[in-house]
Design a protein around this ligand. Structure first.
Ligand code: SF4
Length: 479
């Protein structure tokens, strides 16, 4: 769709663009000057008029209060778009990735539940169900973080940018391991070196959580994994670590030997990620593992004594019907994991699905990749499934380009919540990240945040490691 702006020169384009993509369901929203076929926005003196088709809305605001003006303008545009497209967005005008931040702030300021819900509904037009979910998660996060001195501590993220193959929706830093075989040993050696240098920078700080993600950490060999986990043991003091996660990830990369290595290094939480328990979908999206492999890996992990296992699912995968989701949910109930994370499919710029959307499907397979469906009914079913396993929601975030404008929700049984996930999402603690394509975040005393990146390319990461270490030293003011 197109958005046309006329009248006074005011810049509220970002908020309008995100509403345009959410309502039209396409990331291709252009903003142009003038008038035309699409959403027309006319800015007058402290007022704006929105028109689309037969629908019109005028709002008044005070230009000098930028924050409030943005909210009012977005609400005006929302009402016209909702009337035109005959639908509401579950999260209303809220476009940020952290919907719990507002209820969290209001809770900290002493607002009551009713005041929070009323404010979110009036200002952001959030649905009752999502308001309830956001508030519930914010309260759970507060409860989990309360006994932890997050300001004193820090978290460590380690990235393994390899996977057995590339999923059709992938937008992460991930390379098929088969094609990178001759670089993996050097990568691990460089990563171990980075960890040793980082441990020196943080020798006076308390490490509180460790997360090894990717990519797929278990796509490397058991020996390489052992070398990496041994380095973590050797360089970091783990006595205050509350949680140590290895995102084992794809079942086609997990072996008993690798799980034993992970167990030997006293990792407290792992993920076995099916995304779906429908075989036909796995084949369509390019995940070269079977449903049976997922179940086998899960049972193997349980046999080895892992008592905090997360399973990631994606709702709205290409070709999946509501009945397919029902099937996955019935199967996962039999497994009874300790954490469940439901992601609404996000079609990111870097993924294959996005490029097919852009260029058009050229065959039946590509057409199937473009079919995706998520409704409230799908999300309600995931919530009900988690509830039936005895889980409560404990973290929540949104991404750009999420199908149906929904959210990702983490559920857990009591005491098994992923602490790293909360720390990362609420941005209350510095996270030092090692490995290609990772982002280190420093949270300062006054709560402002600064970041530094590691390059994505594996070869460049190996070559330029000193430069990246220097950037970290600068960010954390370590000489
Ligand atoms: S497993 Fe995850 S990181 Fe690996 S290709 Fe699939 S989506 Fe990307």
């Amino acid at each position: 769709m197109n958005i046309y702006i006329s009248g006074k020169e005011l810049d509220f384009d970002y908020g309008l663009h995100s509403l345009g993509t959410s309502f039209s369901g396409s990331p291709d929203v252009s903003i142009e000057k003038g008038e035309g076929d699409g959403l027309n926005v006319f800015y007058g003196e402290n007022e704006a008029r929105f028109t689309m088709g037969e629908f019109t809305q005028t709002v008044k605001f005070d230009e000098s209060d930028r924050r409030e003006a943005t909210n009012i303008i977005k609400a005006g545009a929302y009402k016209v778009l909702a009337a035109y497209y005959k639908k509401e967005l579950p999260w209303g005008t809220l476009s940020g990735v952290r919907p719990t931040k507002i209820p969290m702030r209001m809770l900290n300021e002493g607002s009551t539940d009713d005041e929070i819900i009323k404010a979110l509904k009036e200002v952001y037009l959030i649905s009752d169900a999502k308001n309830e979910l956001g508030l519930k998660v914010a309260k759970k996060e507060r409860e989990i973080l309360a006994p932890i001195n997050v300001k004193e501590g820090y978290s460590l993220y380690i990235g393994i940018p390899f996977c057995p193959s590339t999923c059709a929706y992938c937008s992460f830093t991930s390379y098929p391991i088969g094609a990178m075989k001759n670089k993996v040993d050097d990568y691990i050696s460089t990563l171990v070196y980075e960890l040793s240098e980082v441990s020196k920078m943080f020798k006076d700080r308390t490490l509180q959580s460790i997360y090894i993600g990717g990519g797929t950490p278990t796509s490397i060999s058991a020996e390489q994994l052992d070398k990496l986990l041994t380095a973590v043991d050797e360089y970091f003091d783990r006595k205050d670590v509350l949680e140590y996660t290895v995102e084992a990830g794809r079942p086609d990369s997990i072996t008993r030997e690798k799980l034993e290595v992970i167990k030997d290094h006293k990792v407290s939480r792992i993920s076995v990620n099916p995304q779906t328990l429908n075989q036909k979908t796995l084949e369509l999206i390019g995940r070269r593992h079977t449903v049976d492999q997922t179940i086998e890996c899960f049972n193997m992990a349980r046999d080895l004594g892992f008592n905090n296992i997360n399973m990631d699912f994606i709702v709205g995968l290409p070709g999946e019907t509501y009945e397919d989701l029902v099937y996955s949910m019935e199967e996962v109930k039999k497994l009874k994991p300790d954490n469940l994370t439901f992601h609404a499919l996000a079609v990111k710029r870097a993924g294959r699905i996005r490029s097919i959307q852009r260029e058009g499907a050229t065959n039946e397979y590509e057409e199937k990749l473009l079919s995706s469906e998520i409704t409230d009914k799908h999300m309600d079913l995931t919530e009900l499934t988690a509830k039936e396993i005895g889980m409560e929601p404990y973290y929540l975030y949104r991404q750009q380009s999420m199908t149906g404008s929904f959210e990702n929700v983490g559920y857990a049984t009591e005491g098994n919540e992923g602490i790293y996930n909360i720390l990362m999402m609420e941005e209350v603690q510095s996270i030092v990240a090692c490995g290609a394509g990772t982002v280190t975040k420093r949270v300062f005393e006054d709560e402002h945040i600064e970041r530094c990146d590691n390059v994505k390319d594996v070869g460049l990461y190996i070559e330029k490691i000193e430069e990246m270490l220097e950037r970290k030293r600068e960010l954390f003011s370590v000489t």
